[in-house]
Design a protein around this ligand. Structure first.
Ligand SMILES: Nc1ncnc2c1ncn2[C@@H]1O[C@H](COP(=O)(O)OP(=O)(O)OP(=O)(O)O)[C@@H](O)[C@H]1O
Ligand code: NI
Length: 326
């Protein structure tokens, strides 16, 4: 039996805007197993980033986590609901046990500080080194670990002295500096060109193998999913519509939305960046469609779909779908 490291239940986030309440994610539930790469996939605006940020309460006003629990299983066997922790307790876990790397290295790195300083900072803040001197020394090792050539000199570089691919390696370095148990990567390669993308994905796989880190990967790119993930959750308009292994999702997609997504990408190993060829548009989340949120775009819509929200059901071992067809 795979052992869960995270159990997410009924996670719901609303944004209280002037235009109305944006129901960004609604009763999202999934497990992440220790040591796996778990992908969250779906079109732009479906709620991948909000979901991943909510896991450690990283939701800023006007957003609010209105419901749910995120049970984190520590290696010593203890468990904690991350949503019940106070600001200091969650800050202590975030960046140390659960780390994030974001899409855009330009926005993730501060132009005013050397890359060595920025890698050392995370270790100093979380007391995983005893002082800045040790932090700078470790930063050289981390640059080496993320395969930056000549790390002794590169550690003194400012971000503008590096290429985009190098900067993203540094961002990954800041993410893995404290050897997190869970690494959350939000579109880690989208801002990079294709050859650099492949190198960064390879680097993430290498780090994962070396440290048995659990990875949560957010992407709209099915090619990246096929290459990296063990299991996949497909999101649509703030809800999870299907969860399964990579094989189950690619070979036997059950939800009409997943089927549409895969038809939009005939060869999952081709690097295609946009998945927006399903007819219709993603609904407005202030007044989302009733029942199944996909029903206005669904080629197999039935009467019940407009009225009743489908729950996730296990159709074959490990393969869940939220659809009234099943
Ligand atoms: N600060 C905010 N105020 C209002 N609505 C927000 C805010 N942040 C996110 N949302 C809404 O939450 C929904 C989910 O957004 P999210 O960023 O999680 O999507 P995503 O799947 O990560 O998309 P992308 O692939 O573009 O990164 C969107 O409808 C978005 O408009
Ligand atoms: Ni996002």
């Amino acid at each position: 039996m795979p052992e869960p490291i995270l159990e997410v239940r009924d996670l719901t986030v609303h944004f209280y805007t002037y235009a109305g309440i944006v129901k960004a994610i609604e009763r999202v539930s999934f497990d992440v197993y220790r040591g796996e790469t778990f992908a969250l996939v779906g079109e732009t605006g479906c709620g991948k980033s909000v979901t991943s940020r909510a896991l450690t309460q990283l939701i800023e006003s006007p957003g609010k986590i209105v419901e749910g629990s995120v049970i984190y299983h520590r290696e010593d066997g203890s468990t904690v609901d991350l949503l019940k922790l106070g600001p200091e307790e969650i800050r202590d876990i975030r960046g140390k046990e659960i780390a994030y790397i974001f899409q855009d290295p330009h926005a993730s790195l501060d132009p005013l500080y050397t890359v060595g300083y920025q890698i050392a900072e995370g270790m100093v803040v979380h007391n995983t080194v005893k002082d800045w001197k040790e932090g700078f020394k470790k930063a050289v090792d981390i640059l080496r670990r993320v395969l930056i050539p000549d790390p002794e000199n590169r550690v003194k570089n400012y971000p503008h002295e590096m290429s985009g691919g190098m900067k993203q390696r540094v961002v990954i370095g800041t993410g893995v500096a404290n050897n997190p148990k869970i690494l959350i990567a939000d579109e880690p390669t989208t801002a990079l060109d294709v050859t650099v993308q492949a190198q960064i994905l390879e680097l993430m796989n290498k780090l994962k193998r070396e440290y048995n880190t659990t990875v949560i990967l957010l992407t709209h790119n099915m090619g990246v999913v096929a290459e990296m993930a063990d299991r996949v959750a497909v999101m649509y308009a703030g809800k999870i519509v299907e969860i399964g292994s990579v094989d189950q999702i690619f070979k036997n997609p059950l939800h009409p939305y997943t089927q549409g997504l895969l038809r939009a990408v005939p060869n999952p190993l081709a690097k295609i960046d946009r998945l927006e060829t399903i007819p219709g548009t993603v609904p407005n989340l202030i007044e989302p469609p009733g029942g199944c949120r996909f029903h206005p775009r669904c080629p197999r819509v039935m009467g019940v779909c407009k009225d009743r929200v489908p729950e996730l059901k296990e159709i074959e071992p490990g393969h869940f779908v939220a659809c009234h067809l099943y």
